[in-house]
Design a protein around this ligand. Structure first.
Ligand SMILES: [Zn+2]
Length: 364
């Protein structure tokens, strides 16, 4: 059986609180040669908040999250018995891949709130030229995922927005996929789905407060809940729901948007969040779109093509996105099996017309 189909509950230990870095020394005390794999900015952020007495060798990843860099690092750190990954998604994916090559334990310390990479035993691997290669699944989960909320509340807000958007899709995509499944779902998949529902509830209730908290650089209970939803609960959804918790319509719209260069500066998750609205409209869940719009407005998530910088030839570009999203190679069909490019376009047009005072659909 492939590892991607195996239930993966999560790291051995999960610690998330203000000042959590103070636990690092005791957690790696049993190892003889721990090393750090990190990036430039992420290591700076770590140093600002770390007050322990470890003086571990530090190795930098090369920015690619490639097999080549994992190989390079694994020969550099040979003899280590524990890798401490400190950084964002690509750093952590590199640290995990390196630990797998050496078959050693690893600790993850996220320095941004953009992905669930700190929690999941898998990596998105890229080619050295930064094009996507493959998702690798690992035998070992992290020994410990250590989230220091003092560090994270000062991390860039744009990544947190992306993390919130990507996590919002967890429930809507999983629900979209499983509503077409006949018969009873396996018990563990039900756990994954319930978990996805928890992410949705937390995000809808707490995102505003969590983002304000970040603006004020004060750790609030809502900030902690949303941070845990984005990293740990999101990671749990995939770990339990497996293929039922995978990407569907929202990510297909995101992938279609990659054909329109104006949207490139926007975070992955922010585009996925827009895709949630389009998927919902295309699946006949107009009411849910109306329910979500205030969330988009209040938290300043773009929900019109123009918000993504698409100002010219909107119609043509929207058709391009729709055609790609509805194609057989994409995942929109998992949520809406009979979907056509026309349906996706109509959904985009409808969403466009809803939002804003003078919105009149996709024109020009
Ligand atoms: Zn995503």
């Amino acid at each position: 059986m492939r590892l991607s189909q195996v239930v993966r509950p999560g790291p051995g230990q999960f610690l998330c609180e203000p000042g959590a870095l103070k636990y690092l020394d005791q957690k790696v005390a049993s190892f003889t040669h721990p090393v750090i794999i990190t990036g430039e900015k992420s290591y700076e952020a770590f140093q600002k908040y770390y007050t322990g007495s470890l003086n571990l060798p530090v190795y930098r990843y090369d920015g690619t999250a490639s097999h080549e860099d994992m190989e390079r690092l694994s020969s550099l750190v040979e003899g280590t018995d524990c890798i401490v990954g400190i950084g964002g998604g690509r750093v952590l994916d590199t640290a995990k891949g390196t630990a797998e090559l050496l078959q050693v334990e690893y600790v993850t310390i996220p320095t941004v709130l953009g992905t669930c990479a700190a929690y999941t035993p898998l990596s998105a691997v890229y080619h050295p030229d930064h094009t996507f290669k493959v998702v690798d699944y690992y035998e070992k989960a992290a020994l410990l995922c250590l989230m220091d909320l003092d560090l994270l509340v000062e991390s860039p807000k744009k990544y947190f927005m992306g993390g919130i958007g990507d996590t919002l899709a967890k429930w809507y995509e999983a629900e979209g996929i499983t509503r077409h499944v006949d018969g009873q779902l396996p018990a563990m998949v039900k756990v994954g789905l319930q978990t996805a529902k928890v992410t949705q509830q937390i995000l809808l209730e707490d995102s505003k407060d969590a983002l304000d908290s970040m603006d004020r650089r004060v750790v609030s209970p809502a900030f902690q809940r949303v941070a845990e939803a984005v990293v740990a609960i999101a990671g749990t959804v995939g770990g339990f729901a497996g293929e039922y918790g995978r990407m569907a319509g929202a990510h297909a719209v995101h992938n279609g948007m990659s054909l329109v260069p104006e949207t490139h500066p926007f975070e992955h998750g922010v585009k996925v969040a827009y895709g949630v609205l389009v998927q919902l409209w295309a699946s006949g869940d107009e009411e849910e779109v109306h329910r979500l719009l205030p969330f988009f407005e209040e938290n300043q998530f773009p929900h019109r093509l123009e918000d993504f910088g698409v100002k010219e030839n909107k119609r043509e570009k929207a058709e391009k996105i729709a055609a790609f999203a509805a194609s057989d190679s994409e995942t929109f069909k998992l949520a809406v099996p009979e979907v056509t490019a026309r349906n996706v376009y109509d959904a985009m047009n409808a969403v466009e017309s809803l939002s804003g005072k003078n919105a009149v659909g996709i024109q020009g």
